[in-house]
Design a protein around this ligand. Structure first.
Ligand SMILES: C[S@@+](CC[C@H](N)C(=O)[O-])C[C@H]1O[C@@H](n2cnc3c(N)ncnc32)[C@H](O)[C@@H]1O
Length: 427
């Protein structure tokens, strides 16, 4: 993700430099506090002097500092101690991050049934770190503890992956968090809540979703590129739609559609958690339950976002898959990709763009379907490697073998991986 560093972070980094040399913290502090999509840890983690800053605080790494951040900030606030400017930068980043989480949890409690005690996965630093946090609400202000930091997470909701590496005490906390059935994810000031028991078969947020949300932030919000009319096809949990509604300043209208009824409710809840009443009233928001096909015969959009099902089917589709049961609908088959690409002229305005995510399993298929009058750009040239842990496939040996032998699914140490590719398509 480092190659996607863009203006905001360049300026944030420049401001960190400036602060380290001439003690002017204000511009940087203001930009961080006034844009909740701004993500200070990304600037810090990609800063050339991060090691110097950490060593000056007595830590070898960012993770080490983060695990001890409560102690560290106690000492910092003791007027008898003297700390350098690097410490003030760190404190500011930490304070913004902590306040973001506290506000998000408090607001979410007003709108949903999230429990008093649970876990949050906070994705920071592009996609370079996932901070596993336990929160506990006993009074107005939630308390929270950092349980683990996963570097370069290859799977979202990676609690299971985390458990095997975590310290004994953390293992128990993680197991308890999983058993609640509540999935809570924080990314760039947006808190997403999915209640696994109520939001039946709702997809994500997965690592794909967070990658796309990060790309939306870096491509559009940080560059002040705003679109007026946006369509998300297959909204699932809704992170991508919520982020557009919250951060795309010129937005008039967003339309989100999904064939899973529960997704529409999940998105509705997550809009209420993250978007103010004022903004909700200002925007035209349409939530549609149903199949995408032929739903938009007379409408054009300036941006279409889609994280479609992208796993190719075996040549002979087993009977049970034809019935579109369980999770298969969210991940299996490539028909939706074809349907969208075949309809681009009808769907996109003249300078409209499609941001589409596919896997190396279906990349060639997708590129071949792009109409001749459109250009495409692979935003990450070599893709982003993630765990392939799709139950529906892993349970079906013939499908798995087909993907391994015909579609370049990667097998390493008894685990499967694939590369995901965000693609921007426009005229
Ligand atoms: C891979 S999930 C992505 C969900 C979400 N946008 C995300 O990124 O986390 C694909 C979503 O597309 C929906 N879907 C699949 N086929 C569809 C169709 N023909 N019309 C509308 N939605 C569809 C599924 O129900 C699922 O929620």
């Amino acid at each position: 993700m480092v190659n996607l560093q863009s203006k905001l972070f360049t300026s944030l980094t420049a401001d960190i430099d400036k602060y380290l040399t001439n003690s002017d913290l204000k511009p940087w502090k203001n930009s961080l506090r006034s844009n909740s999509y701004a993500e200070g840890f990304l600037a810090l983690l990609s800063h050339k002097d991060i090691n110097i800053i950490m060593t000056a605080q007595g830590y070898n790494t960012f993770n080490e500092w983060l695990f001890d951040v409560d102690n560290w900030s106690q000492k910092l606030l003791d007027p008898r101690n003297e700390y350098g400017k690097g410490a003030m930068v760190l404190y500011e980043l930490w304070d913004v991050f902590r306040n973001n989480i506290m506000d998000a949890i408090r607001t979410a409690r007003l709108h949903t049934n999230i429990p008093n005690r649970g876990g949050i996965l906070a994705f920071v630093g592009g996609l370079s770190k996932c901070i596993v946090i336990e929160y506990l609400i006993t009074s107005d202000y939630p308390r929270f503890t950092i349980i683990d930091v996963i570097d370069n997470p290859q799977s979202a909701f990676d609690f299971w992956g985390t458990i095997s590496n975590a310290a004994m005490a953390a293992k128990n906390v993680l197991k308890e968090i999983i058993s609640t059935g509540h999935k809570i994810i924080l990314h760039r000031g947006i808190l997403m809540h999915v209640d696994r028991r109520k939001d039946f078969q709702v997809f994500g947020p997965s690592v794909d979703t967070i990658l796309l949300a990060e790309i939306q932030a870096q491509l559009f919000y940080e560059n002040n590129l705003s679109k007026k009319r946006v369509l998300e096809i297959g909204c699932g949990n809704g992170l991508l739609s919520v982020s557009v509604a919250k951060y795309m300043v010129a937005l008039n209208k967003i339309h989100s559609i999904d064939v899973n009824f529960h997704s529409i409710f999940c998105l509705y809840n997550n809009l209420s958690i993250n978007i103010t009443q004022h903004l909700l009233k200002k925007l035209d928001i349409y939530l549609t339950y149903g199949e995408f096909s032929n739903k938009f015969p007379n409408e054009k959009f300036d941006l279409i976002i889609c994280n479609p099902p992208y796993i190719p089917n075996e040549p002979t589709v087993p009977e049970y898959l034809n019935k579109k049961v369980d999770y298969y609908q969210a991940v299996g088959g490539t028909e939706l990709i074809a349907e969208i690409l075949n309809n681009l002229d009808n769907l996109l305005s003249d300078d409209g763009e499609l941001l589409l995510l596919v896997s190396n399993l279906s990349l060639d298929y997708t590129l071949n379907l792009i109409p001749y009058n459109y250009n495409y750009k692979l935003i990450l040239e070599n893709g982003h490697k993630v765990l392939f842990d799709v139950e529906a496939v892993l349970k079906k040996e013939s499908w798995l073998n087909f993907l391994l032998t015909e579609c370049d699914l990667i097998e390493e140490n008894n685990l499967f991986y694939h590369n995901i590719y965000p693609i921007l398509i426009k005229k």
